[in-house]
Design a protein around this ligand. Sequence first.
Ligand SMILES: *Cc1c(COP(=O)(O)O)cnc(C)c1O
Length: 231
Amino acid sequence: MVERQEELAIGLESVRSQVAKACTEAGRDPAGATLVVVTKTYPASDIRLLAGLGVREVGESRDQEASPKVEESADLNLDWHFIGRLQSNKARHVARYAHSVHSVDRPGLISGLQRGAAEAGRTVRCFLQISLDGDSSRGGALAQDVPALADAVAASENLQLAGLMAVSPVTWDPNRAFSDLLDASAHLREQHPEAIDISGGMSGDFMQALRHGATHLRVGSAVLGQRPPLG
Ligand SMILES: *Cc1c(COP(=O)(O)O)cnc(C)c1O
């Protein structure tokens, strides 16, 4: 346990210092960059150690995995970010514990999210996930579908439109991806000035995301170590 704590402390410190450096280089206030530590596939014991190291924002990508971890971590007062592809029949349940959902990419999710949030008496921040290369098979709304999706979230009493999220397409230069994401964010803000957040950047590309205005970084393996391949 002590060893694991040490490992996590080193990973976290390394990411935090890179974030601080990138913010300085970009003339940004580091307080404007939220590090979401992605704990998927790692045990709740790691989440407890991370909380002890000052982590408040954690990310999970599957409801089946997240739910028991949320319960085990109830005393830690964490904000849970749901970042994975969301099945429509899971939306209501996810909204009961998620502080933010980063993967809202179709209208069919909204009523379930609204219902779950209302039942739990909470407000859930929603990032609209967009597909930057127009291939939505890996999740993400097409640019042309974003305005209607944004309006539907904004019109839901217990949902709050946070902004946009994207994953850099594997074959793209991340600088191009996050520059496009920033443009899409500016476009969204013409209709929804409150939607200022940008969720971009993972372990391999958070420095580029920060350079292009990302406000939320979803970083897993750079903190926790390489995940075993998903089965
Ligand atoms: C797993 C995952 C991450 C974190 O990936 P790392 O490469 O481990 O940092 C970020 N975003 C999404 C959507 C993910 O599924």
